[in-house]
Design a protein around this ligand. Structure first.
Ligand SMILES: Cc1cc2nc3c(=O)[nH]c(=O)nc-3n(C[C@H](O)[C@H](O)[C@H](O)COP(=O)(O)OP(=O)(O)OC[C@H]3O[C@@H](n4cnc5c(N)ncnc54)[C@H](O)[C@@H]3O)c2cc1C
Length: 554
């Protein structure tokens, strides 16, 4: 048997992988990071607006195609994910969002472990944070994770913030503070006009210790298990097959779609399903690949009556002007993340706990697989169901490691997700009809002004609903004895020694907001458990509003 070369192998160099690798190296361990995608040297990654150009590029993205969706008339929408060092944190929209305290309190009650409640996790958020504007009980300064206000906000986004206030939503200057409800501009993971990815914040500094080896272009196939213990990882690099060995643990960080796939290829998953693909089961774990949750968004698209927003800003003289401004000052449209403002609300009752996150995109924005609208000046208000109830699966298509898995997000399977989406559309229309936005709008294109009944809007949602790129939950944690849990609340894999899962797949229920920050905290907890470090003292939230309980979706 080959001698172990590293203490730990981290599978996947994305958001969670970068953080875990850094924490392990800080503790003087040797770490090998295996990342399937390329390095993150493309300058478009650093420029905040640049990610939009990467979203259609196979070199940097996995375009997981969903199986025909029963509730979308058989449509097969794509679920793109980052495929580059930094993973999602290198290609995402940088919106800094934590969700609601109740989201984490639900994790704690689902797992019977109070270290996953909001008060317990808040110090993990604030300790890693370096917020440019806020430093209070909810925010921190001096950490590696940069959080800033946007340096450029388009006139359309500003008009949206004003119009939504006119429509009854309070202005909110901090969606991660006392209350999520309201409308405002987002804080983003940038500093001085540049993206701050998990590579910038965590991995690159750790690489300077000399204890982290990062290998890009390496596709992990399976975990090597000997006598019930993980001892390494099988992989391919181009045409070459290889094995890497570790002395301590294999840390899975390949994201909510790839991690269950790799586990299943290792013989860990629903035994019958594995056998059907010729994989010998090692541990029968029915929860692997189950419980897939993703945020969906349904657009209302309107055209503008003037040159508002970002259409055409990446071409011709405007591109030159914007590029020059960025190079000289690090200001201007290139510093925008393209999703500058948003709102949180309950479409049934504006004073209640939000159930919709609405994104304002100051351009016509539809996914790569929806290209029937001619580009023009416009605005897209996307209504995202904050805590969707639909649940899907990730399954093997075959035992070939380079085959994409079968991804079935089961979008809109639960009627409540559809009902809330329709409520979001109606609210979006009201906001578009409110000054100062109203004077900038020429006409609604989608759903179209003649589409007014619930049936019309449901048909529109089924046709256009798309991912918000937030798959989670496919190897969820759970209390002892929970037959569908894949990992313990200390994130150890059931049934095999020496495997920890540190990524979005362990999240039991999706949070009501963008997922990157929550994944960082999950990864921080994973590192804490691995290193046996003491838990941080929970925050004292006694003088704040109590978190409103949310029902677990069934
Ligand atoms: C386009 C987009 C926009 C988003 N916008 C936001 C946002 O604005 N705000 C926010 O909070 N969140 C956003 N997210 C979500 C956020 O980025 C993710 O929740 C987060 O990155 C998940 O972290 P992870 O570590 O679980 O997986 P990832 O960050 O996806 O990392 C997984 C890594 O593993 C690699 N990998 C996969 N399979 C293998 C294999 N077999 N072998 C080796 N490596 C492998 C992948 O290439 C990837 O680098 C967005 C995501 C996307 C894709």
């Amino acid at each position: 048997m080959a001698a172990p070369t590293y203490d730990y192998i981290v599978v996947g160099g994305g958001t969670s992988g970068c953080l875990v690798a850094a924490r392990l190296a800080e503790a003087r361990h040797t770490v090998l990071v295996l990342e399937a995608g390329p390095d993150d040297r493309n300058p478009l990654i650093r420029m905040p607006a640049g990610f939009v150009k990467l979203l259609g590029v196979e070199r940097y993205m996995w375009f997981y195609k969903s199986v025909p969706q029963e509730h979308l008339g058989g449509r097969t929408p794509i679920v793109p994910q980052g495929r580059v060092l930094g993973g999602g944190s290198s290609v995402n929209a940088m919106v800094y969002m934590r969700g609601q305290p109740a989201d984490y309190d639900l994790w704690a009650s689902q797992t019977d472990d109070d270290q996953w409640n909001y008060a317990s996790l808040l110090p993990y958020f604030t300790d890693m944070e370096d917020n440019e504007r806020l430093n209070d009980r909810y925010h921190g300064v001096g950490g590696p994770w940069k959080v800033s206000d946007l340096r450029h906000v388009s006139e359309l986004s500003r008009a949206f913030v004003l119009a939504a206030q006119g429509n009854g939503l309070p202005h909110n200057g901090d969606f991660n503070g006392e209350s999520q409800r309201g409308v405002g501009t987002y804080q983003v993971n940038t500093r001085d006009g540049r993206r701050c990815s998990a590579v910038d914040a965590f991995l690159r500094p750790a690489m300077r210790t000399g204890r982290v080896t990062v290998r890009t272009g390496v596709l992990a196939h399976s975990v090597i298990i000997e006598k019930g213990r993980a001892v390494g990882v099988r992989y391919s690099e181009g045409d070459k097959l290889g094995e890497a060995r570790c002395g301590a643990e294999v840390v899975m960080a390949a994201g909510a779609i790839a991690t269950p796939k790799i586990l299943m290829l290792s013989g860990i998953g629903p035994a019958d399903h594995l056998r059907a693909h010729g994989v010998s089961p090692v541990v029968d774990l029915p929860g692997v690949g189950a419980n897939l949750q993703d945020h969906t968004e349904t657009p209302v698209v309107a055209l503008c009556n003037g040159p508002y927003g970002y259409y055409g800003h990446d071409r011709g003289w405007r591109q030159m002007r914007n590029g020059m401004e960025y190079l000289l000052n690090r200001t201007g449209p290139v510093t925008s993340n393209g999703v500058e403002a948003g709102a949180f609300f309950d479409p049934d009752d504006l004073s209640a706990t939000p159930k919709i996150q609405q994104f304002c995109v100051p351009t016509v924005y539809l996914d790569k697989d929806h290209t029937d609208q001619k580009a023009s000046y416009g605005i897209t208000l996307n209504s995202c169901v904050a805590r969707p109830r639909s649940r899907g699966t990730v399954r093997l298509a075959s035992a070939a490691p380079d085959n994409q898995p079968l991804v079935d997000p089961n979008y809109l399977a639960d009627p409540e997700d559809l009902r809330l989406s329709i409520g979001g559309i109606r609210r979006a229309r009201e906001i578009l009809a409110q000054e100062p936005l109203r004077s900038m709008i020429a006409s609604e294109v989608f759903p179209g002004p003649d589409k007014t009944s619930d049936e019309d809007l449901a048909a529109h949602a089924r046709r256009f609903v798309k991912t918000v790129y937030h798959p989670v939950g496919t190897c969820r944690m759970g209390r002892e004895g929970d037959p569908d849990a894949v990992v313990s609340t200390r994130l150890t894999l059931k049934g095999v020694e020496g495997v920890r899962i540190a990524d979005a797949s362990v999240i039991p229920t999706i949070i009501s907001g963008n997922t990157n920050a929550a994944v960082l905290v999950v990864a921080d907890k994973a590192a804490e458990f691995i290193l046996g470090r003491p838990r941080k003292t929970p925050a004292d939230l006694s003088s704040t509003q109590p978190s409103q309980p949310v029902a677990a979706a069934v």
